[in-house]
Write a protein that binds this ligand. Structure first.
Ligand code: SAM
Ligand code: SF4
Length: 463
């Protein structure tokens, strides 16, 4: 189907030579140069089974991640504004035939209230998420919500990047979305396997595989520079799915000179009254999941990899090392649930799926610092026009770190001063000092100057 060449992917999956351990080792060695991999090479890595080779794969993925991203982890939170949906995806609690779900759509005031709670937690990036609904998630409504959220200001703290994960739009609506000032448009194909797609999406707009597959083309043609793709692991065979994702990334790169800004790797979670989520057709175990992330990191080294709170805290810690660059934290997946959880109400009857990591943003930040990762709230690139191919050029020239590191540190310092609990401060200030001490030359000077400005009360200090 289109650029997803099922025959070719299947031929790779059936190719016995790609199970050869000598070849797999050669590919790992090539991958260590951080120049990316072909579909054939990626298949060889996905076929790795031996514990020794897996350990080598993870070691090289970690090395490549460190070369490109250092120890930074960018943080964000989703904001669900409606669970009304006209589709009937078999894995999702929002599907229209789920009469057990309590339906709720937020008004603009309620959306602003949710965003305000996130700002008060210290978040700087929000991902707006919604079911597909002609009114409650219409593009003009999204525009009004974005305007309201960007206006929030709490002593210089605000939402500085709004990404959007809503159903595919028309070219005209994507143009509007761009003009609202969004960061990334994100949409997951769910499965690149056509037959599985058809089984999971029998009704509504979403049953059109091609409409969804070409959403990113329309978004890019409309001028949105950063797009995020993903597939829902657990629906089809994970090797097929990973090769589908990579085919999509390569296709965008070849057509527009820039691949996806991010790749998300959601894994199926239990969801109320959603048969495919309760019994996933192709369960992906933890070790295979780690392999998927490592292979994506090596195949497309400059693409951000997003890991959500669907995963448990212990596993998340392990996955950071092999390639993840962005994580959600303190998330809720029901409309209005930041307010509800603050009031200690249970919101399971409204949520999209169950989460694996229930920790607050503060706890996640503390844990990251304790593990040696630098939490970053940076949103500088798209505001400095470093999006799309301009971002990729910079990333590939290895110069991005010179900008990202100081920005990450300045935004982390803002967080520590304004929002961190005392327990977090205890761990994080020491970690922060050590990180400053590791720096040398111009970067060190830049960081020291930026931190001084933050200490003097300036906010939103970035390069
Ligand atoms: N409704 C829009 C759509 O489907 O494109 C917007 C996004 S939907 C609310 C967000 C994503 O949640 C879906 O693309 C799907 O990958 C994911 N999702 C749905 N059910 C899930 C489940 N049971 N476990 C994990 N992720 C799930
Ligand atoms: Fe609706 Fe999206 Fe859930 Fe499908 S995944 S039922 S389109 S909210």
């Amino acid at each position: 189907m289109y650029f997803i060449d099922e025959n070719y992917i299947n031929s790779l999956l059936q190719n016995e030579k790609l199970h050869d351990e000598h070849f797999q080792l050669d590919v790992i060695s090539k991958a260590s140069e951080a120049k990316g991999l072909t579909l054939l090479e990626s298949t060889a890595l996905l076929n790795i089974e031996s514990p020794e080779l897996l350990a080598e794969l993870f070691k090289i993925a970690k090395k490549v991640k460190e070369i490109i991203y250092g120890n930074r982890l960018v943080l964000f939170a989703p904001l669900y504004f409606t669970n009304l949906c006209v589709n009937n995806c078999l894995y999702c609690a929002f599907r229209k035939d789920n009469h057990e779900l309590e339906r709720k759509s937020l008004s603009l005031d309620e959306i602003e209230e949710e965003a305000r709670i996130l700002v008060h937690q210290g978040q700087k990036r929000i991902l707006l998420v919604a079911g597909e609904h002609p009114k409650m998630s219409a593009v003009d409504f999204i525009g009004k919500a974005i305007e309201r959220i960007y206006k929030i200001d709490f002593n210089g703290n605000n939402i500085r990047r709004l990404n959007v994960n809503v159903a595919p739009l028309t070219l005209e609506d994507f143009k509007k979305l761009k003009n609202f000032g969004i960061g990334t448009y994100q949409c997951f194909q769910e499965t690149y396997h056509y037959q599985t797609y058809k089984q999971m999406h029998t009704e509504g707009r979403k049953s059109d595989f091609g409409w969804r597959l070409f959403a990113m083309d329309r978004a890019l043609q409309a001028g949105i520079d950063d797009v995020g793709i993903g597939s829902l692991f657990g629906l089809a065979d994970y090797k097929f799915e990973t090769l589908g994702l990579l085919s999509h990334a390569f296709d965008l790169d070849s057509k527009y000179g820039v691949g996806p800004h991010t790749i998300s790797v959601p894994r199926l979670e239990p969801a109320l009254n959603a048969p495919a989520a309760i019994n996933p057709p192709n369960i992906v175990d933890d070790i295979s999941f780690k392999k998927i992330i490592a292979v994506i990191r090596l195949a497309v080294p400059y693409t951000g990899i997003i890991l959500s709170t669907r995963e448990r805290a212990e596993l998340r810690r392990e996955l950071f090392s092999v390639g993840v660059s962005q994580i959600s934290a303190g998330s809720r997946t029901a409309p209005g649930s930041y307010k509800e959880s603050r009031e200690s109400k249970v919101e399971h009857s409204l949520e999209q799926f169950q989460l694996g990591d229930h920790r607050s943003l503060d706890e996640v930040v503390r844990d990251c610092a304790a593990l040696g990762y630098m939490p970053s709230f940076c949103t500088a690139c798209y505001r400095s026009n470093r999006t799309g191919d301009r971002f990729m050029e910079l990333a590939k020239s290895a110069n991005i770190g010179k900008i990202c590191k100081p920005n990450a540190m300045a935004t982390f310092k803002e967080y520590l001063n304004d929002f961190a609990s005392n327990d977090t401060k205890k761990i994080a200030y020491e970690f922060f000092e050590n990180e400053v001490n590791k720096l040398e030359g111009t970067i060190r000077n830049k960081v020291v100057q930026m931190i001084e400005r933050v200490e003097l009360g300036e906010r939103d200090v970035y390069l």
